[in-house]
Design a binder for this molecule. Structure first.
Ligand code: ADP
Length: 784
């Protein structure tokens, strides 16, 4: 047994065994199982005792070196084997095939070509099909590596079916891959891809890991060239995965510079690809973000548009509602304005209509009182008269107030003598003061210019109201009317008016209210003092109309002070007037020079000078005039020796009862009752009266006869009083014409004076006022 065991294995069986082992080693190499291959080769070497057979193992060992990239070792092995292996042996052909392959890998193309030539020579003697095809394959490899792509392609295409036929699967796969590489080098990407897929399938199915790796590498390059980076990256990942599964650690490859270079390249490309992919991903993310933002923006915009649209709708609806309300308010306002106008017109008509019957009441009472009635009748008649006068003042106040409320009151601006105005008021209210056992004191500042420009009627109205109240609410006391100049700037002066009494006073709570319409201090006031509560409202409104404010200082039991300041312009004529007055200026001259300020009252040479109210000259700054009713003595004797103050330059001639006798008065009036009453009143005072029923009749009479005065009604059928006066003034400027009228809403006093009336007597008139004005008409020319 031992002998049998020691007996050397026959060369033949040794060769068979070694060849079988080497086939396994070759397969392991083709599958990149290098460690396994190495082991197999070593085991073959151990078996191969025959030098020729050992040489065969060394050829495979050389292949091993070539596969793992140790090309120099492979080359030196080849060199050694060339010496050992006889040239005519089949192993030499194998060695040459390995040599050609190693030369190509080492890029020793000339040597490779030489090796191929040798192979071809050897093939002549040993034309084994598989060897021929392998030689062809190497030839194509050389062509490929020497950039003869087209030729290489032809050869590969030709040998591929043959390789298959010969079951040279490794070479078949390798040839398919190289064909693909050749196409790729020629930029025939489609063809490259087709043969690459073929190579890949083959390599994968046979487990030729090296070829598989090459395929992935090429695939990666192709996809990269095509710009399919993600796909390229995928092949790179596969490449790495296959390499890792094959146990080809990076370290293990380190010794092979080619592989190392490829890996480095691959890694850098991988990194580049990753960077590109990241860039693309971030770009994509950016785009995604942009799209999201765009979407959000669009959503917001559409929401905004919707809300705006809704808002607009709401606004349009509320606008519509507002418009509706507005027009309703405008309607209401118009209605209110209409109502106010209707009220004003109604009051104007009613007060006007009340005057006619009131004229009969007051007029007839007056006439009856003149007929020396019995004492008890006299009492009744006097009550009737005072009631009538109360009603008249009420009508006057309502009319005034109505005019103020309807903004129909217009301020005049005419030159007038303020002192004269105030004195007149003092005189006319004297009797009233006397009835209440009051002293009426006037303090008038001497420095106030003789003539100022303003609205004398309104000033009188204010003062009459205030002084009238002071008298009414004071018993057995004193009333002071003070008029002082506060300052004079350029052609303006500020005048302070004050009406003081030491009467009952007004409680603090009521002080604000009494300026409101129809407000009195208490209901007892009406019972005790009468009145309407309109007087102070009129005063307040008039003063405000003149741009000022009324002040009140009052205490219960101590009395009241009403005061206000007013600005007045100074007329240019003032200077002229002052200068001439000191030289005994003849006032008739002034009539011609300033006709617009004068009343064209016919002069009466017979008229005598009526004394003025007594003036107390003691006070240098102001004149204090205690105007007791007794001072109203109108006897001519008193007049002669009266010293005249510098300011009172114009003598006021007032007619005496004697003057009035035989004065011829024309009464122009359409109402029969009024005709009768006026006539009787005047005839009672010995006037000679004639009646004209309307304007036309009056015009005819005035033209034909000589009258001393015309009392002209205004509202008459046919030619009215205004028209008639206009006609008269065309031929007679001197005939005194007094309007007997209620000045209504639409009429202004100014208009009457402009037409040519000399005076206005509100109808129905208070007897005192009536006779005062008539008397004035027969008096010499006066300046106001
Ligand atoms: P009338 O005098 O017609 O009642 P007014 O408007 O003139 O209306 O006055 C309103 C009220 O103010 C009066 O009723 C009175 O109570 C009070 N009053 C006005 N002036 C005085 C005054 N000088 N002294 C006391 N009370 C006064």
């Amino acid at each position: 047994m031992a002998q049998q065991t020691d007996r050397p294995v026959s060369t033949e069986s040794q060769q068979i065994a070694v060849d079988a082992i080497l086939d396994r080693a070759n397969l392991a190499l083709q599958r990149n199982k290098f460690a396994e291959a190495q082991k197999i080769i070593v085991s073959a070497e151990e078996i191969a005792t025959d030098s020729a057979i050992f040489a065969r193992t060394q050829i495979v060992h050389t292949k091993y070196y070539s596969f793992i990239g140790q090309l120099d070792k492979a080359a030196s092995n080849i060199k050694k084997l060339e010496q050992i292996i006889p040239k005519d042996s089949p192993s030499y052909l194998d060695l040459m095939l390995v040599k050609a392959a190693v030369n190509i890998k080492k890029k020793e193309f000339v040597e490779a070509n030489e090796a191929l030539k040798t192979i071809n020579i050897l093939l002549v003697n040993n034309p084994e099909r598989s060897n021929v095809i392998q030689a062809e394959y190497l030839k194509a490899d050389l062509l490929l590596h020497t950039s003869n792509f087209e030729e290489a392609i032809n050869v590969y295409k030709r040998i591929l079916p043959e390789l298959k036929e010969e079951k040279l699967f490794y070479f078949e796969a390798k040839a398919a891959f190289n064909l693909s590489l050749s196409y790729y080098k020629q930029n025939a990407i489609e063809d490259a891809n087709t043969s690459l897929d073929d190579a890949m399938a083959k390599a994968t199915s046979f487990g030729f890991t090296g070829i598989e790796l090459d395929c992935y590498d090429l695939k990666y390059n192709i996809e990269k060239t095509l710009g399919n980076y993600e796909l390229a990256l995928e092949y790179l990942v596969r490449y790495n995965r296959v390499r890792e599964t094959a146990g080809l650690s990076l370290a293990g490859q380190m010794s092979n510079p080619e592989i190392l270079g490829t890996i480095e390249n691959l890694q850098s490309e991988n990194n580049m690809l990753k960077a590109k992919t990241e860039e693309q991903t971030s770009e994509l993310k950016g785009r995604e973000m942009y799209s999201i933002l765009l979407f959000v923006l669009l959503t917001l915009l559409s929401l905004l548009t919707m809300s705006l649209f809704k808002n607009n709708k709401l606004r349009a609806r509320s606008n519509q509602a507002l418009e509706g309300k507005n027009s309703a308010l405008i309607d209401e306002r118009d209605r209110a304005q209409d109502a106010a106008k209707i009220k004003a017109d109604f009051l104007s008509t009613i007060t006007h209509e009340l005057r006619t019957p009131m004229y009969a009441v007051t007029g007839l009472t007056h006439l009856l009182l003149e007929t020396e009635p019995r004492d008890d009748q006299k009492d009744h008649l006097e009550t009737l008269q005072s009631s009538g006068e109360y009603l008249l003042s009420l009508i006057d106040n309502i009319l005034d107030f109505n005019k103020l409320e309807a903004n129909k009151v217009q301020l005049e601006s005419i030159p007038f003598d303020l002192k004269k105005r105030v004195e007149d008021i003092t005189v006319s209210l004297g009797n009233q003061a006397k009835d209440q056992l009051n002293n009426l004191n006037l303090e008038f500042d001497k420095s106030i210019p003789s003539r100022i420009k303003g609205d004398p009627v309104k000033i009188s109205q204010i003062l009459i109201n205030l002084v009238g109240n002071a008298i009414k609410f004071t018993k057995n006391g004193n009333i002071w009317i003070r008029v002082n100049q506060v300052k004079q700037i350029d052609d303006k002066c500020l005048i302070h008016f004050e009406v003081e009494d030491n009467g009952k006073g007004i409680s603090e709570e009521k002080q604000q209210d009494i300026f409101n319409n129809f407000t009195q201090e208490g209901s007892s006031t009406t019972r005790e003092y009468g009145g309407t509560g309109l007087g102070l409202a009129i005063v307040k409104n008039l003063i405000e109309l003149m741009g000022s404010k009324v002040e009140l200082d009052s205490k219960i039991g101590r009395g009241s002070v009403f005061s206000f300041d007013l600005w007045f312009e100074l007329p240019d004529s003032n200077k002229f007037y002052e200068e001439n007055s000191t030289k005994g200026y003849d006032h008739f001259k002034e009539v011609e020079e300033y006709p617009e300020y004068k009343k064209p009252v016919r002069s009466n040479s017979n008229a005598e000078i009526k004394p003025e109210p007594k003036i107390n000259e003691e006070n240098k700054e102001s004149t204090t005039t205690p105007v007791a009713p007794s001072t109203q003595d109108s006897s001519p004797e008193n007049t002669e020796d009266k010293p005249r103050s510098n300011n009172d330059v114009i003598a006021i001639k007032q007619a005496t009862p004697k003057d009035l006798i035989a004065k011829k008065i024309l009464i122009v009036e359409d109402n029969k009752i009024n005709q009768m009453i006026t006539r009787k009143i005047l005839e009672g005072k010995n006037f000679d009266c004639e009646i004209a029923n309307n304007g036309i009749e009056a015009l005819g009479k005035i033209k034909e006869n000589q009258y001393d005065l015309v009392l002209m009604d205004i509202h008459m059928p046919g030619m009215d009083g205004k028209q008639c006066t206009r006609e008269v003034r065309k031929f007679d400027r001197e005939l005194p014409i007094i309007a007997l009228t209620a000045v209504t809403l639409d009429e202004s006093e100014k208009e009457f004076y402009e037409i040519g009336f000399d005076d206005i007597i509100p109808k129905p008139f208070k007897m005192n006022e009536f006779f005062e004005k008539i008397q004035k008409a027969f008096t010499n020319y006066q300046i106001y």
